[in-house]
Each structure stands twice: as structure tokens, then as C-alpha cells.
Design a protein around this ligand. Sequence first.
Ligand code: UDP
Ligand code: MG
Length: 318
Amino acid sequence: MVSFIVPCYNEQDNVRAFYDAFVLAFEDDSKLDWHLFMVDDGSSDQTLARLSDIARNDKRVTVISFSRNFGKEAAIYAGLNESRGSDIVGIIDADLQQPPETARQMLQILLENDDYDCVAAYQESRNEGFLMGVMKRSFYKVFSRAARSNQVVENASDFRIFRASVANAILSMPEYHRFSKGIFSWVGFNTYAFPYTPSERNAGSTKWSFKSLVNYAVEGILSFSTRPLHFVTVMGMVASTIALLYALILIVKTLIVGIDVPGYASNTALILIFGGLQLLSIGIIGEYLARLYEQEKGRPVYIVGRRINGIEEASHDE
Ligand code: UDP
Ligand code: MG
């Protein structure tokens, strides 16, 4: 069975169009046994109602509805959990930016090539501003350095199709702070990079603001690398070496020429610089501590409020 995970957050005007396009793309004569896991990520609009309509008429659609908004990463994780047992799993957005026909082509590659375990779509050209492009490229550079992974296909989205082996590997990673781009590159596997150009959003608007993108980038690096801690150590070593040399110079100078009282400016500058460096270091350590704390609490990544056509629900009426 081929399962597709579709994270939906406030996509009321897209879910029906997505479903129709998906059915159109996958109802070819290959008698493909497919299933959709549409995850309503705590939407505040009519998304759940529209998804329910779809699921009522098509048992191949399972709707998992979160008790609140947990984020796309959580939705993907939920979908992976629910689709256990599928031979092939795919992830696709609900806004039709990632065309179902493209997903069909990607699936074909996987079906025809035993050597590949994963087909990842990457954006050949980006229709976004220059500044955003530069920032994204720098992020990928920093990230693959920091995570010591050269497997991150640049511009790879989480628009992917993969075998059960990959899905199981991802499910075996119990981290609370989930960062799909990193997780996919970390688990490895033979990945086919499939170029595509994202379409315009069907309806509604993107959930990403500039601030959330920056947070996402920081999150990615912190949850995949301890290099920032290493950076703190190096910074500390460099600073204390300089400080030691300066102290020696001061001692020698005092012994030879005597005590030179003025020094207000240099003193203040040093206090400010080192105070700043210390706060920065504590902050970086704190970021890791916070993640440790959240992981240690062991809270679930998501909470399901309702399920339609799901396993648990099989004996109930919806
Ligand atoms: N999404 C989600 N939870 C969120 C934010 C987004 O499930 O908290 C879903 C959203 O409904 C869409 C996909 O993730 O199907 C991608 O979101 P979006 O289109 O906003 O991102 P973009 O395509 O602009 O990167
Ligand atoms: Mg989108």
C-alpha cells in the first residue's frame, strides 16, 4: 500500500481541491492501492469539517485531527505513526504547491528502481526574493557544516516519497524537537533528487513569517548539532589566551614603569566585551538545556482529538 501524509492547517479552501487533484493523478490504470492520511493540525477554520466530508465518502481517506496546533513536523510524525505497515509513504502539502501529478511521477521512480529508497523533490528555481534566497542558501551551508552531513540536498523540501525502511528509521527517532530536513539526511538511505518547480498556492496564505523562518533555522541547527557549544569553548580559549597575555604585559609594565592609574576606557571596554561573551555562552548552553528539559519531560509530540476512518475508530460510528 502507498500512503500519503497531508498536513493541513487552516486549509479550508484547499483540502477539497487537493483531494480531487490527488484522485485524478492517482486513479490511473495501474490499480494502485493508495491511502491518504490527512492531518488536521488544530485548524481554526472549516478544515476539519471539509476533511470529514471527504472521509465520509471515501474510506481511503483517514483524518487525524489534533487537539490544537502542534506544527507541521508533528503532523508529519503523526502521519508516519498512523501509516505504519504501508510499503511506501509520501509527504505532500495540502495547498497544491506540490502537485499530486509530480508525486505520481516520483512514486513511479521508486516503483521502477529498486536501488532507491527515497525520492526527494527539490526546487529547481525559487520564486522568492533575492534576500530570502541568499538567506536560505546560507542556512543550508551552515546547517550541513554544523550537522556534519553532506547529505542535505540543498533546497530539498519535505515533499518526499520513501519506502517503509526509511519510515521506520524516522519513527525510531523519538526526539521532541523534530526537524525533518535534518532527520531525513541523518537517516541516510539512497535518495533520488527530483527537480520540480512549486506551483502557486491554491488558496489561503503561507504559515511562514520571516520570524518563524529564522526560528526554524535556529531550531534546525540546535537540534542537529552541538557545534555551537564547541564554538563557545573555542571562544573561551581564545579570550583567555588574550587575557593572559594582556595580564603579563600589565604585570611587567607595572614592575618596570610603576602603576599607571588611568585606564577607565580600556577597563570598561573589557568588562563590556567579556560580559557580552559570557551572556552569549550562557545563552547557547541554556538553549541546549531547555531542549534537554523538554525532551526529558517526555511529552507527546502531538495529541489526537478526533480520528475518522482510523484504526481506533473502526468499530464506532463517526
Ligand atoms: N502546516 C501544518 N501546520 C502548521 C503550519 C503548516 O500542518 O503549523 C501545513 C500547511 O497546511 C501546508 C504545509 O504545512 O499543507 C506547508 O505550509 P505552508 O504552505 O504554509 O508552507 P510553505 O509552502 O509556504 O513553505
Ligand atoms: Mg505551501
